[in-house]
Design a protein around this ligand. Structure first.
Ligand code: PEP
Ligand code: MG
Length: 885
């Protein structure tokens, strides 16, 4: 069994065996780059070490001896030699990077004799003792478990006594004294001396690195990051080169591109006369790498060329470590660099243009969720650092906002309109009545509700940051105050909300602006070419739709027409309609609403420029449009010119015990057909208006809450008869489709029957999840976090599809629907339509498109492209909602 590999024997594809660091050191060696010689003890040796009761087995020991002899020969230095002493570093390196989780020891091979020899050979006594004190401290910490602070205190005391500012002020004599103090630490703490034998030092160091694989912080890190614990770590043993050998020596780290912006230039820092850990430890302030160009121009040019070569070879941005020893450059590490989402997108797009990677690779490199932070405003990092969040809730709608709090929509609107304040609306929950306050608010916080509650859905649609289900929040409407985690807040106080994280901060935090990113648009364009799934937006207003189009939506997959009734003059007419005693009294408000709705649809159709727009007919229970408290009832009664008693009776008569399971959706069409007829008139009227302008629109009309074929049939007849009548009157033809939402479990179970009378399906997964689980979508905030914490549910099924339950109903519905109509367009327009994990599943069960809030369109698009690429889909064209009859 080969347990040890020289750097010449390995390559970058041997990560599993040699760890990331070992594989890359080997690869750099084989690319002919200046890498100090060394070898890697493999992860298999680590596992053998554990099997052998935490001891290196005989085979490894024998191979280690050979590897050391070979190294000595190669570099012409050996352990304990007084003319050419060999010093080595020992570094851990697992297959999957675990930054800072395991250990490193430098300068192994120094002892009381070799330190003197090193001082003589280099004519630099200070350097020799500086190296020795570092070995004593690192070995003491890693192998013997003495705290770093013990050693740091000795140095700090010395600096303090001599009024030194920096470690560089320590003289040779100081360092000698530090060495002798450090040795005393060994005696005092361990009752034995620091081992003088280099081989003993090396063996103990290797043992400690292997043991560090199972130290507490490494175990926790692995658990958090799902890294299997049987991978083991490798150990790299490498000849030391010294960045602390004098003024023409140094050490640094650099990225081949800016990890914050992605800009293509070397980005990093270095320190002269220092060893690696000084750069990271922050004891001295490093110089920007650009200044190395002036300090050592040849060396800079050499480094620049190596950086370019490595980036070209690895085809990704690299994070490099280097050391300069007496004017000679050595490479110590190369790995793919961590980067911000903005940088990740720019680098991926630039690399396609540089012919380094394909468009498909660029798409696969970006985590869909990560693009969120490019789209939403965030808090200014520096300002945020001065604040701690006081409470958290469900991150219902992403983005950061800061403003003055108000507890009613009215107060919020007044503060916004009359005092020009930026406003955060804080409530127990929201209802359609609050819409005006929600529109003017920069952020919304509710103590109740889940990810598909009213506040969450509306806020996402508007792109307003929102946090719902904040259990630590109590609102007292009477006193116009609230308590958040024990902090008392009053109307007008400042609050800051981070809807991406779900964190609430007291006070005002600056926000940074959202920038529309050109690179992201390019990437999304490629994503569109690659995805089998279409990506549509849930949009109710021209503003939403424009936003969605800017983010590259294929059209609208869901317009919730009820959201169009929220403006004051419309709400009034809607209320007039609802309280009307008979069909005749409904005529006037219907006529007025028709005009308004037709105007809305006209605008949406016009913006669509030929893209598909699917409009859903009225869905929520009617009482949601009515006032509830006494004061509101009196006010509205006056506006409607009825008595408060009459209005109250009407409100009472519409009250339901379970409104979500009650008189809503297509059930309203059966009891109030004239409302649906009015909406059909408005849709077709708008399309005909555009036809007059020579713009051909194919309306797609969607029926909510269907459970039965007979029900869909009834409503479809109502709709189709009305349309045909309108077309005959106008003597024109128009293509149109009438489809259904799939949001009742019964509809999924009988999808073949329902397909017979539907032109398309669109899964309303909010209701489908609610009804499959029996969880109220508006109340999950009270128990869902605990369910997830306890591991009862792996994730909130309102956010990520529940594959085993809801997902199976969907799969069955797709199969049954397509058994009747093989080309049946099938969409998903619930909130999970924009969730990357769910999209992967929708792609597998052959859904045609997803529809989500405008701000999630880019995420969904990227996720859709990745799902298609992963499933090896041959993509011809984005699917649209077309008639199949
Ligand atoms: C759904 O139920 O998933 C849906 C899209 O409809 P709504 O959220 O309006 O009930
Ligand atoms: Mg629904």
């Amino acid at each position: 069994m080969q347990y040890i590999y020289t750097f010449k024997e390995g390559n970058k594809d041997m990560r599993r065996l040699l760890g990331g660091k070992g594989a890359n050191l080997a690869q750099m060696t084989n690319l002919g780059l200046p890498v100090p010689s060394g070898f890697t003890i493999s992860t298999e040796a680590c596992n053998a070490f554990y099997k052998n009761h935490n001891q290196l087995n005989n085979e490894t020991l024998a191979q280690l001896k050979t590897a050391l002899d070979q190294l000595s020969q190669n570099v012409g230095k050996s352990f304990n030699s007084l003319s050419k002493p060999l010093l080595v570093s020992v570094r851990s390196g697992a297959a999957i990077s675990m930054p800072g989780m395991m250990d490193t020891i430098l300068n192994i091979g120094l002892n009381d004799q070799t330190v003197v020899a090193l001082a003589k050979i280099t004519a630099n006594e200070r350097f020799a003792y500086d190296s020795y004190r570092r070995l004593l401290a690192m070995y003491g910490n890693v192998v013997e478990g003495i705290s770093e602070a013990t050693f740091d205190t000795v140095i700090e005391d010395m600096k303090h006594q001599n009024h030194y500012q920096s470690d560089l002020d320590l003289t040779t004599n100081d360092l000698k004294q530090i060495v002798s103090e450090f040795k005393k630490v060994y005696i005092n703490k361990l009752h034995h001396e620091f081992p003088q034998n280099p081989t003993e030092q090396l063996l103990a160091a290797i043992n400690s690195v292997f043991e560090s694989w199972n130290n507490h912080r490494a175990e926790v890190y692995r658990r958090e990051n799902n890294i299997p614990s049987d991978l083991g770590t490798a150990v790299n043993v490498q000849m030391m080169v010294f960045g602390n050998a004098g003024k023409d020596s140094g050490t640094g780290v650099a990225f081949t591109r800016d990890p914050a912006t992605g800009k293509k230039h070397l980005f990093g820092e270095y320190l002269l006369n220092a060893q690696g850990e000084d750069v990271v430890a922050g004891i001295r302030t490093p110089q920007p790498i650009s200044t190395l160009k002036e300090a050592m121009p040849h060396l800079y040019a050499q480094f620049e060329a190596i950086a370019a070569k490595l980036e070209f070879y690895y085809r990704d941005m690299q994070d490099l470590e280097f050391t300069i020893e007496n004017g000679k450059l050595y490479m110590l590490q190369a790995r793919d660099g961590k980067r911000t989402p903005t940088a990740a997108v720019k680098i991926a797009v630039d690399m396609v243009y540089e012919d380094l990677i394909s468009k498909q690779e660029a798409l696969m490199r970006i985590k869909p969720e990560s693009v969120q932070s490019i789209l939403y405003p965030e808090f200014d990092e520096k300002d945020l650092a001065n604040h701690d969040f006081v409470a958290s809730g469900l991150p219902a709608s992403p983005g950061a906002a800061t403003g003055q709090i108000y507890f009613t929509a009215e107060a919020a609107k007044a503060a916004h309109d009359e005092k020009q304040q930026t406003v955060i609306l804080v409530r127990q929950d929201t209802s359609p009545e609050d819409i005006e306050g929600m529109v003017v608010s920069e952020g919304i916080v509710t103590s109740r509700g889940g990810m598909t509650s009213h506040a969450a859905v509306v806020a996402r649609g508007m792109g307003t940051p929102a946090i719902v289900g904040v259990n630590e929040l109590q609102v007292d409407y009477q006193k116009r105050s609230a308590t958040i985690s024990g902090h008392q807040l009053h109307e007008g106080d400042w609050l800051s909300v981070d809807g991406t994280q779900g964190h609430i901060y007291i006070g005002q935090i600056k926000t940074a602006d959202t920038v529309v990113n050109e690179n992201l648009s390019t990437l999304l364009g490629w994503a569109k070419q690659e995805s089998h799934l279409g990506v549509y937006a849930n949009a109710d207003t021209p503003a939403d739709f424009s936003q969605a189009l800017r983010f590259g939506a294929d059209g609208i997959g869901l317009t919730r027409t009820e959201h169009m009734f929220f403006k004051p003059e419309r709400l009034l007419e809607m209320r007039r309609l609802i309280i009307a005693e008979n069909a005749e009294a409904r005529q006037l408000p219907l006529k007025r609403l028709l005009k308004m709705q037709q105007g809305d649809f006209y605008e949406l159709y016009k913006l669509s420029a030929g893209r598909s727009v699917t409009i859903r007919l009225l869905d929520p229970p009617l009482h949601e449009f009515l006032p509830h408290d006494e004061k509101e009832i009196r006010k509205v009664a006056k506006q409607l010119d009825v008595t408060p008693t009459y209005l109250e009776q009407r409100v009472d008569s519409l009250k339901e015990l379970n409104p979500m399971l009650g008189h809503r959706g297509d059930r309203l069409a059966v009891t109030f057909p004239d409302i649906y007829q009015m909406q059909v008139d408005a849709i077709i009227g708008a399309a005909l208006q555009l036809l007059d302008e020579n713009v051909i629109i194919e309306p797609h009309i969607m029926i909510p809450l269907t459970a039965l074929k007979s029900e869909m049939s009834w409503v479809k007849d109502l709709v189709v008869n009305r349309i045909e009548q309108l077309l005959v009157n106008k003597n024109v033809r128009l293509e149109y489709t009438v489809g259904t939402m799939m949001e009742m479990p019964r509809a999924c179970l009988t999808a073949d029957e329902i397909a017979e009378v539907s032109d398309f399906f669109s899964f309303g997964t909010n209701d489908l999840t609610q009804l499959t689980f029996g969880y109220s979508r508006d109340d999950v905030g009270s128990f869902m976090p605990e369910y997830i914490k306890q591991g009862i549910l792996p994730a909130d099924p309102f956010q990520t599809v529940d594959v085993d339950g809801v997902g199976q109903l969907m799969k069955m519905a797709v199969e049954k629907g397509r058994s009747i109509k093989p080309q049946l367009p099938i969409g998903v327009c619930g909130e999970i339509g924009g969730d990357p994990k769910s999209i992967e599943f929708f792609e597998q069960i052959d859904v045609s498109y997803v529809s989500c809030s405008p701000f999630r369109v880019p995420i969904a698009r990227l996720a859709a492209a990745q799902a298609s690429l992963r499933n090896n889909r041959v993509v011809s064209q984005t699917v649209s909602v077309k008639s199949v009859n």
